[in-house]
Design a protein around this ligand. Structure first.
Ligand SMILES: Nc1ncnc2c1ncn2[C@@H]1O[C@H](COP(=O)(O)OP(=O)(O)OP(=O)(O)O)[C@@H](O)[C@H]1O
Length: 326
């Protein structure tokens, strides 16, 4: 698997009536890459993924997945992808193994190969010792791991994970990402994942930030943070007002108080701190240096925090739902 794009998208659009969910996106994902779609609720991530998985039709544009056209070669695409969607779809009255067998039979996998893959996959997602347990006895994290295992059963070239950790507690979220990382070590696979958790996007080789149906920027998490530039240096001093004044006079910096700390933005925050101690001429009680986060990146490219957009999206989604019920 070299020299080909696992996912290749040009001018992709999707409208649901008046709602333009995806507004003409371009995207290339290299084979073996872990690519993240990051954005608030309603940004269009699920819609885009559904088109790539051949579940929804595009209104315009084109896309290939694993070298096949998602509109004209659906069966070829489907054989080569695994999908794990937000809504749980494992059957809770069946055991872990029965769920996998049922899925493999649906895919027409030969019996012997299926038995082998079930063993491998259960091992991979850490459920080998629970294979005969009914899924209704599983925790949320175990169910999600089983879903991921099922998505991997037929050894797909590209695995789509739509919000794989939504609704899970932080500890379980972390363990799911450990499994995803382990999976990449073991298999030659491209992973396309959506999330609206900024911290999770850090696991990806590259991410695209999607907002209101558009890709606003795409790059490695590190490059995105570097583009935003400045670090945040926060200090607690014996006199904040004087500190703010001196930061302006002596360093030419505009400072403001955030969360009870005098805060400035400077490139190379760690190198700035010794100068600050030497030249501020005030007792500094505490100091913290924060590198730009993906939250800052999102803010820089959209003018809003992801939390703001979620509140706005939530309200408009609610209004749409109310209108639909009338
Ligand atoms: N079947 C549908 N019919 C009408 N509108 C839809 C449909 N599916 C999605 N939408 C609308 O399209 C837009 C994008 O939704 P989508 O689910 O793709 O966003 P998302 O980024 O995946 O959000 P989430 O994180 O909540 O899954 C939203 O405004 C949504 O309300």
């Amino acid at each position: 698997m070299t020299g080909r794009h696992a996912v290749h998208v040009r001018g992709l659009e999707k409208a649901y009536g008046d709602v333009r969910a995806v507004k003409g996106i371009d995207l290339d994902v290299a084979e073996g890459e872990m690519f993240g779609f990051l954005g608030p609720n309603g940004a269009g991530k699920t819609t885009a993924i559904k088109i790539l998985c051949t579940i929804a039709d595009a209104t315009a544009g084109s896309a290939t997945v694993a070298g096949h056209d998602v509109q004209t070669q659906r069966a070829d695409v489907r054989r080569r992808i695994g999908v794990v969607f937000q809504e749980p779809t494992v059957d809770t009255y069946l055991t872990a193994e029965q769920n996998l067998r049922f899925h493999g039979e649906l895919y027409g996998m030969p019996r012997r190969l299926l038995a082998e893959r079930i063993d491998e996959v259960l091992e991979m997602v850490g459920l080998a010792d629970r294979r005969h347990t009914e899924v209704l006895k599983f925790s949320g994290g175990m169910k999600r791991r089983l879903e991921i295992g099922r998505g991997l059963l037929h050894a797909p070239e590209v695995l789509f994970l739509d919000e794989p950790t939504i609704g899970l507690d932080p500890q379980t979220r972390a363990s799911i990402w450990t499994y995803i990382a382990e999976l990449r070590r073991r298999q030659d696979i491209t992973i396309f994942v959506t999330t609206h958790y900024m911290d999770e996007a850090e696991h990806c080789d590259r991410i695209a930030i999607m907002n209101d149906g558009e890709i606003v920027v795409a790059d490695t998490p590190e490059a995105l943070k570097n583009r935003v530039g400045a670090d945040r240096v926060s200090i607690r001093t014996s006199d904040d007002a004087v500190a703010i004044e001196r930061l302006r006079e002596r360093f030419g910096l505009d400072a403001a108080v955030h969360d009870g700390m005098v805060t400035v933005k400077v490139p190379g925050g760690a190198q700035f701190v010794p100068r600050l101690f030497a030249e501020l001429g005030l007792a500094i009680e505490t100091v913290t240096v924060t590198r730009p986060s993906l939250d800052d990146v999102f803010m820089a490219y959209t003018g809003r925090t992801i939390a703001d957009t979620e509140q706005a999206g939530g309200a408009s989604a609610m209004l749409r739902a109310m209108a639909a019920r009338r």
